[in-house]
Design a protein around this ligand. Structure first.
Ligand SMILES: [Zn+2]
Ligand SMILES: [Zn+2]
Length: 805
């Protein structure tokens, strides 16, 4: 009964590769479909079953779409630059390039053994100069458009990463990679991408209906669009615009707060306060925007005063830990009477509190409700909601402020003080300043020979760093910062369309054909990093005229995580990892694939179970022995009905990523056809097609065995023949399954698992139930029936009586 799955897997993987059946070309006569999984970082420890689950989810979908007749682009590549690779390489005392190459080879081999239907000819590897050359090219284009710029500012620094981090990479004040390491603030000159220029468009999710709501919600919060008023406060004769969503409380402002990380903070600090402010700033740890709202507000007086433009009052300026430097102007107004945290701050630093909306203010609490204005000059008595607009209009008339939109999103810091990243194509010249490398001299390649140890190895790579200035030819020095690796993943999906182009980023015609991505698959943890960055790149490249669409991916699916048998997320450090090789060698990869997606809906977390996979294995083995003995001749109308009914459901389930339900349906269908001695070849083929996306190897094998010369992988998905669906049969089948479960229940209650079962049915129903095995069926009017307890009297149409002995 056993089948040689190892031989079958090898045979088909070899054939698929040799015949290049998954390699695709643009074809204007065929509708395209672009399926893409977020590409992996090729870790040295290789794939575990959790990865296998991710790729299986995508592969099932790609195979399904291919059978549906689409020209399917389904590529794979490696996000191989970056810190983890550099650190692992140092640890293993191997150059990162060598380490990465080995890891990629291993990954690819493992992925191929999973039977994934990638077009390997399009593979990208971000560590290859052929790839990162185009990172540099895009950088130069951004520089040209003023979207790449350098700024001296307070940045997030992780001691363990030994580099700065983007705001998106700071979680709860800790490094996103090092949950145990608090991020410190450092002042450095760094390169930024002006993603905020696209804030308005990024905050528009109109075209992202196919994305999970949770992701768009997270992005919306991150981008943080808010409408408000910009009000000019005056400090030492200079205008300081302050953004507020509460202009109605302007008369109640008793102090303003400037971000402790503001680049111009010290312009406001008086001599007497300098030491205090310096001490305060140096003790700050960096936190993300969300966390700022939870922080206990702390501050220090700068010694300066601001003039409230509406009433001319002189109010103190504080430096505070809770104001984001890049938010609006980096300064906020405080209204302690009507904001609880301002209230606490005012109490702590003994600042006056001035009520401007009618309501109860106690000793501990601000009044945060609405009401009529008081102590507000000519606006007294007006409802505060109305006053928002009136005060804004008043300020606009007097040129003291204006209505405006503000975003929480900040520019993307892309400089990293590490070796294993894309070099920034810039040279510093004493004479010419910041000089860009000419486009035709790209790529700026990473030097091979560097010394790892202290700091950024590029700084000590003398022969690489020291170059002549591209402008004047005098002595220059290369930029030693490299780019955040998220720049690579921001446009890799475009490169797949034309991965070998050495002249251009890509051929526009090719990208026009394949893009945008129809179905993107990846983890939800990228909501506010990669998934924002690649939208930004898409919009930038569109504005450059190199592509014609606005959003990179039409649909997004977030897969769940695979947990080990201990219930924790599968990871090497936990020691609960299941390796695909181990599972394949025991059960075969088709069984593993089937099991991975049958446990639960692919968007939820699932737990690995050694027991569970045995169930899938039993099914596959049973199917293989059935396939050997089934006579291909003619199907009964009942089989035809059942099959056509199932095709519709299974198609819907796969289309909507309800793989677990599709598997249940396939197995139920099989249980039925398993009882047949013969069926038509085309019906059997339809069943093979339904099973194929889940179990590609064995279905190809059987497909060939029954006399087909072409590949099942390139066949067409079965179409429902509604005429063949017979409601009567379907109803009868329901009756049979009901009877089956009744019998099972009775046996269970009586604890007689091996009992003999007799069933009494209406004479007209005998045929319906005749397919039941291990059961004696009698018509109630059968004179020779065995019925010692006269149970047959209880039978009714559609409700057989049961006797168990
Ligand atoms: Zn870190
Ligand atoms: Zn120069």
């Amino acid at each position: 009964m056993e089948y040689d799955f190892k031989k079958i897997e090898k045979k088909w993987q070899k054939k698929w590769e040799e015949k290049k059946i998954f390699e695709v070309k643009e074809n204007s006569k065929k509708k395209k479909y672009y399926v893409l999984e977020m590409f992996p970082y090729p870790s040295g420890s290789g794939l575990h079953m959790g990865h296998a689950l991710n790729y299986t989810i995508g592969d099932i979908f790609a195979r399904f779409k291919r059978l549906q007749g689409f020209n399917v682009l389904y590529p794979m590549g490696y996000d191989s630059l970056g810190l983890p690779a550099e650190n692992a390489a140092i640890k293993n005392n191997t150059p990162p390039a060598e380490y990465t190459k080995k890891a990629i080879d291993n990954f690819e081999k493992q992925q191929k053994s999973l039977g994934l239907s990638y077009d390997w000819s399009r593979k990208v590897n971000t560590a290859s100069p052929d790839f990162y050359k185009w990172d540099q090219w895009i950088f130069l284009k951004m520089l040209e458009k003023g979207l790449a710029y350098q700024k001296d500012s307070a940045v997030n620094w992780c001691e363990k990463c030994n580099t700065v981090l983007a705001n998106e990479q700071v979680h709860n004040g800790k490094c996103w990679r090092h949950g145990d390491t608090s991020v410190r603030v450092k002042h450095l000159k760094q390169w930024y991408f002006k993603i905020t220029d696209y804030a308005e468009e990024l905050a528009d999710f109109e075209k992202l209906h196919g994305w999970p709501e949770m992701i768009t919600k997270l992005q919306k919060n991150w981008i943080g669009k808010s409408y408000g008023t910009e009000i000019n406060f005056e400090i030492d004769g200079k205008k300081w615009p302050v953004f507020t969503t509460r202009p109605d409380t302007l008369y109640g402002v008793t102090f303003v707060v400037i971000s402790a990380q503001h680049p111009k903070l010290f312009d406001l600090v008086t001599l007497g306060q300098k030491k205090k402010v310096k001490d305060f700033v140096s003790n700050l740890s960096s936190v993300s925007q969300e966390e700022i709202e939870q922080l206990e507000k702390e501050g220090v007086f700068t010694g300066s005063y601001a003039i409230n433009p509406i009433n001319g009052e002189k109010i103190p300026v504080y430096a505070g830990n809770f104001v984001v430097a890049d938010y609006g102007s980096g300064m906020v107004m405080a209204v302690p009477a009507h904001d609880q945290r301002d209230f606490e701050f005012a109490k702590k630093y003994k600042i006056s509190i001035k009520q401007v909306i009618e309501g109860d203010i106690s000793k501990e609490k601000a009044y945060i409700g609405g009401g009529r204005l008081i102590n507000s000059g000519e606006f007294d008595g007006i409802n505060n909601k109305e006053a928002m607009d009136l005060i804004t209009k008043y300020l606009e008339k007097k040129k003291l402020g204006k209505k405006t939109v503000n975003y929480r999103l900040r520019d993307w810091l892309i400089s990293r003080q590490r070796y294993w990243g894309t070099p920034i194509p810039i040279v510093y010249c004493e004479k010419c300043g910041v000089v860009q490398i000419d486009e035709k001299n790209l790529p700026v390649k990473l030097p091979d020979k560097v010394i790892f140890g202290k700091g950024n190895p590029l700084e000590t790579a003398k022969s690489w760093v020291e170059v002549s200035c591209p402008k004047c030819g005098e002595k220059g020095r290369r930029e030693t910062d490299t780019m955040d690796t998220f720049v690579n993943s921001s446009w890799y999906f475009l490169r797949y369309c034309d991965s070998k182009n050495s002249k251009k980023l890509f051929d526009k015609k090719k990208v026009d054909y394949w893009c945008p991505i129809d179905q993107y698959i990846g983890g939800a943890e990228h909501a506010c990093m990669h998934l924002i960055y690649f939208r930004f790149y898409t919009k930038f490249l569109r504005d450059m005229g190199v592509l014609d669409f606005d959003e990179p991916a039409i649909k997004l699916f977030n897969q769940g995580m695979l947990h080990g048998e201990d219930g924790a997320v599968m990871s090497k450090s936990r020691g609960n990892v299941v390796l695909p090789e181990e599972v394949s060698s025991t059960y075969g990869i088709d069984t593993a694939r089937l099991f991975l997606v049958s446990m639960a809906s692919p968007d939820t977390d699932v737990q690995w179970s050694d027991n569970g996979i045995r169930g899938s294995s039993k099914f596959v083995t049973k199917f293989m022995s059935f396939a050997k003995k089934i006579k291909l001749n003619k199907s009964s109308p009942r089989v035809e009905s059942k099959l056509n009914n199932a095709i519709g459901d299974i198609t819907d389930y796969i289309e909507n990523f309800k793989y677990n339900l599709a598997v249940i349906k396939i197995r139920a269908l099989f249980e039925f056809i398993e009882q047949q001695e013969e069926m038509s070849k085309s019906d059997f083929e339809s069943f093979l097609k339904l099973l194929h996306p889940f179990c590609p190897h064995i279905t190809e094998e059987i497909w060939e065995k029954i006399g087909n010369k072409n590949f099942l992988s390139l066949e067409s998905w079965p179409i429902v023949d509604k005429k063949k669906i017979n409601d009567k049969f379907e109803k009868e089948d329901e009756l049979i399954s009901k009877l089956k479960s009744d019998i099972a229940n009775i046996k269970k209650v009586l604890k007689k698992e091996n009992a003999k079962v007799y069933v009494y049915v209406m004479p007209s129903e005998v045929e319906i139930y005749s397919s039941l095995k291990d059961v004696d069926i009698f018509a109630v009017n059968d004179k020779d029936k065995y019925d010692p307890e006269n149970k047959s009297k209880k039978a009714k149409p559609g409700r057989p009586a049961i006797y168990v002995e």
